[in-house]
Write a protein that binds this ligand. Structure first.
Ligand code: FES
Length: 185
């Protein structure tokens, strides 16, 4: 007998009823395994969604670049040729990162209707300017940059006037908007 005919005989051996039943039992068991695994996976996914959301939410938060800061009643800033300093800290949240930024501003009220708020950061290399009433200039100590009362350049290497904040008055309180605006010379 050739090898081919032997193979044919092997294929023609009938499968017994018991073997078929055993095969069906295994299939049912496998099916149940798959269903159980699917249900388990689905339940795991459902229960983990809030956790994933909690972990990712800081990264998905929109980072607001503008905000209004309340500087208190406008009345507390006197009218005249002397600027009033005001300092505050603002916390920025960027994803998981929290940064506290300190700001210093000068409030200038030259008359009843006008209010101007300037940043105290020198536009050259960022040193803090201070007001010198004897010469009525803001002076940057780093390179002797001078600005006048309304922030215009008097002398020094600074490229532009002091940055200015947008203002608004609400219920008698003065608000400024971050960030300050750059001004042209
Ligand atoms: S940082 Fe102000 S003049 Fe240089």
């Amino acid at each position: 007998m050739t090898q081919n005919s032997s193979l044919r005989e092997t294929h023609t051996v009938p499968v017994s009823f018991r073997e078929r039943s055993a095969s069906k039992r295994i299939s049912r068991r496998d099916f149940m395994k798959v269903v159980t695994a699917a249900i388990g996976g689905f339940m795991g996914l459902v229960t983990s969604i809030p956790l994933i959301g909690y972990i990712l939410s800081p990264a998905l938060q929109k980072n607001e670049n503008t905000s209004w800061i309340d500087l208190g009643p406008l009345e507390k800033y006197p009218i005249g040729a002397t600027p009033s300093p005001f300092d505050f800290t603002q916390t920025r949240v960027n994803g998981w990162e929290r940064t506290a930024l300190s700001y210093g501003v000068f409030v200038i009220r030259t008359d009843e209707k006008r209010v101007q708020v300037l940043s105290n950061v020198c536009t050259h290399l960022g040193c803090r300017v201070t007001w010198h009433p004897n010469i009525e200039h803001y002076i940057s100590p780093c390179h002797d940059g001078h600005f006048d009362l309304t922030g215009n350049i008097v002398k020094g290497p600074q490229p532009r006037p002091l940055d200015e904040f947008t203002t608004k008055i609400e219920n008698g309180n003065l608000f400024i908007q971050l960030p300050p605006k750059k001004r042209e010379s």
